[in-house]
Design a protein around this ligand. Structure first.
Ligand code: FAD
Length: 258
């Protein structure tokens, strides 16, 4: 395939094109690797779609698709479903033009300087952060709802198995400590920074997008403070409102959508 032209973007913003591309890749490529979905994988998929139908801050056509996918899936009471059956619901836009998940990948904030860099894993993190923030804003009832849905999705489907193992270890260690919707937002933020720290300088790092402890001071000056001994310290009282605003639905840019 030919290389796509670079799409100029603002590095300090979230793009709906990345979130929709992530859903496309997740539901049409990653889940498609399972011809039959059963057992734990089926439970994981049901939870994941249910969280998306509740909290994905999508366009009306996309929400309509996620909601019909969710009601179809929750009605499947057998032990297994075929991917083919799921795919029919996903691609039903021919019958109902107001219901659709756009085909194809169109990365913007998750563009990489090479085709094997960034993209889907970047989109997955962006989706996960966005969902924890939407759950907080929607005043969801279960503080672990979104994180445990992600954990199960990653465990059952995420193509990078080393990533899934690392994520599972972090979840086993400390997910029980998450007891408010705000602490869920902060848990994911701090675990993502741990991953950034581990991967800094790794082959998977895009030289144009170095792994940093995020958000950098230029994005959120107040998030950074200094201890008496001169060491860096995050101000969580500042990080939380920053995350709530950065990943809020009103901040998501709709450039480059079809
Ligand atoms: P990413 O780390 O993907 O981040 C995407 C965007 O999120 C950044 O551009 C920035 O805008 C924002 N961001 C960065 N840090 C934070 C933060 N702390 N909080 C909120 N937003 C932030 N790769 C491996 O090689 N080994 C692993 O073990 C591994 N584990 C992974 C586990 C999960 C659950 C996921 C989704 C991915 C994992 N990856 C792993 C992939 C890796 O973390 C990156 O996603 C990938 O290398 C692309 O990096 P990136 O530069 O696009 O930035």
């Amino acid at each position: 395939s030919t290389e796509e032209p670079w799409r100029p973007f603002n590095r300090s913003r979230v793009y709906m094109a990345d979130l929709e591309s992530t859903l496309h890749y997740s539901l049409r490529v990653e889940v498609a690797a399972h011809t039959l979905i059963k057992g734990d994988a089926l439970t994981s998929l049901k939870k994941y779609i249910s969280v998306l139908a509740k909290y994905f801050p999508g366009r009306p056509v996309v929400m309509s698709l996620l909601k019909s996918l969710n009601s179809w899936l929750q009605n499947q009471t057998g032990n297994e479903i075929s991917y083919e059956a799921l795919r029919e619901i996903l691609d039903n836009s021919a019958q109902s033009p107001d219901t659709a998940l756009p085909e194809g990948e169109r990365w913007v904030g998750c563009q990489g300087s090479r085709p094997h860099l960034r993209r889907y894993p970047c989109g997955m993190w962006t989706l996960f952060h966005t969902l924890t923030v939407q759950a907080k804003n929607a005043e969801g009832t279960d503080p672990q709802e979104v994180l445990s849905a992600m954990r199960n999705y990653v465990h059952s489907f995420f193509g990078c198995s080393a990533c899934a193992e690392h994520f599972e270890i972090m979840a086993t260690e400390s997910l029980v400590e998450v007891n408010t919707l705000s602490s869920a937002v902060l848990w994911l933020w701090s675990r993502h920074n741990r991953v950034n720290n581990r991967l800094a300088g790794d082959l998977s790092e895009d030289p144009n997008f170095p792994k940093i402890q995020w958000p950098p001071p230029e994005m959120c000056p107040a998030c950074h403070t200094v201890k008496e001994n001169g060491e860096h310290k995050w101000s969580k009282e500042q990080v939380l409102p920053f995350l709530l605003s950065h990943f809020s639905s009103s901040s998501i840019l709709t450039d480059y959508l079809e």
